[in-house]
Ligand binder design. Structure first.
Ligand code: SAJ
Length: 417
């Protein structure tokens, strides 16, 4: 049996490596020549704990190869990005390209699984695109259970930083276009998944994934809204949340500088775009979380204005603002869609002051948006005039805060008391 994984990114590569580690022949396909070369050398082009050793062994043992072009296989897993375009409409171009890549090599009896997070209806659409490319083969929509090609949606649900463990341990939602499509997908995932593989239809599986991330987004928006309310009412939001969470049925999440990453800040829009009139809470949550970085920027500017009124001999150009953390969440190096990065770059571009940043998880960094922005040492950052705490990395939690002038600190994560 041969499995082909289309898209060798944060989900596709670990998934390909998992199958290969169970002695399944895997052909990974990606349009990125650098990714293909790196993997074929037994190395990885992304950062994910434990993955390097698994990929190294899989390539060395000959179970994993990467290629720019799709080749015949028994099952195809599509794990390509599904971003959004203008007006928050889902962009399915990469799924379409994946279809164009595998279409010519599809054979009777193949299974095609869409793993990418997708709006409801995308799996049916993928089947239609493949059917158009291969009129000689029959697909579930026309042929039902007797189709030549089985199709399912099995969304990934792993947490970046814990992908290797979660790929094996997490339960898996399996949504086939027919029962047989689901059964074949369960058999495939059971090769390495130790969690339950729960069968449903493709539309419900699509919606389940979007619901999980929207649920988290709405919960974080509640925490972020509380932080604005508490700021106006002069209440410590962290103390407030920990008190409320003492109630046996209350579990509020943590406020922060905004919601980042490429999942939680994107997926809820896939629900809103399909059902704009009814998905009101989900839309508002997105808006609340998206506006939080701007609120933080305004807070910094206001604090600086007050400082300058109290210190008339100084001007904004004399001041240094230090931002603590650039990643989109704690203890990772991933800067993609990071509110901390957005805040830091915007401050660097709009303040006349010097803006410096500390990011212990990144060795070097240059900002295209804000070329003057520099990475600094922790010591220099702590000596800055205004300190902006943006990511609760472990390294920042252990800083002795008794010497800090708390009037000149904006702590969006509440870790410095
Ligand atoms: N955040 C807060 N407050 C919190 C928790 C998180 O502000 O209390 C922020 C983080 O700082 C970050 C953002 O939310 O900016 C998202 O972080 P996250 O850890 O909640 O999630 P991701 O984006 O790393 O991964 C999510 C996971 N989904 C859920 O937990 C429901 C993961 O399981 C999914 O597989 C992943 O999205 C995905 O690929 O969809």
């Amino acid at each position: 049996k041969t499995v082909s994984v289309i898209g060798l990114g944060y989900i596709g590569l670990p998934t390909a490596a998992m199958f290969a580690s169970r002695k399944v022949n895997v052909i990974g396909v990606d349009v990125n020549q650098h990714a293909v070369n790196t993997i074929n050398q037994g190395k990885i082009h992304i950062i994910e704990p434990e993955l390097d050793a698994i990929v190294f062994k899989a390539v060395q043992d000959g179970y994993l190869t990467a290629s720019l072009e799709a080749k015949p296989a028994d099952a195809f897993l599509v794990a390509v990005p599904t971003p959004f375009k203008e007006e928050h409409q889902p962009d399915l171009t990469y799924i379409k390209s994946a279809c164009e890549s595998i279409g010519p090599v599809l054979q009777k009896g193949n299974l095609v699984i869409l793993e990418s997070t997708s709006p409801v209806g995308a799996t049916e659409l993928m089947a239609e695109w493949l059917a158009e490319l291969r009129p000689d083969l029959s697909f579930p929509q026309q042929a039902g259970e007797s189709c030549d090609i089985n199709i399912a949606h099995c969304p990934e649900r792993v947490l970046p930083g814990h992908v290797v463990r979660e790929l094996v341990a997490n339960d898996r939602v399996i949504g086939g276009l027919t029962d047989k499509c689901s059964q074949r997908s369960v058999e495939l995932y059971k090769i390495f998944v130790e969690g339950d593989c729960i069968v449903t239809n493709a539309r419900t599986a699509e919606m389940a994934k979007l619901t999980e991330n929207s649920s988290r987004d709405v919960s974080i928006a509640f925490a972020n809204e509380l932080s604005l309310i508490c700021d106006e009412l002069d209440i410590n939001v962290w103390e407030l949340i920990s008190l409320a969470n003492r109630h046996p049925r209350v579990n509020i999440l943590q406020p922060g500088p905004g919601v980042g990453g490429h999942c939680i800040a994107v997926d809820p829009w896939f629900i809103v775009s399909k059902t704009p009139d009814v998905a009101r809470l989900i839309r508002t949550a997105r808006e609340v979380n998206d506006s939080k970085p701007l609120w933080v920027i305004e807070k910094v500017k206001k604090l600086m204005g007050e400082f300058l009124i109290n210190n008339p001999s100084k001007s904004a150009a004399d001041l240094t603002v230090a931002c603590f953390g650039l990643a989109f969440k704690p203890n990772i190096d991933d800067l993609r869609e990071s509110p901390a990065l957005f805040i830091t770059e915007t401050l660097a571009n709009t303040l006349p002051s010097k803006v410096i940043a500390v990011e212990p998880n990144v060795e070097s960094f240059t900002s295209k948006k804000a070329p003057a922005l520099t990475l600094s040492t922790m010591e220099d950052a702590l000596n800055a005039d205004i300190l902006v705490m943006l990511v609760d990395h472990d390294e920042f939690k252990t800083i002795h805060t008794d010497k800090l002038n708390h009037n000149l600190v904006i702590d969006t994560k509440g870790i410095w008391g």
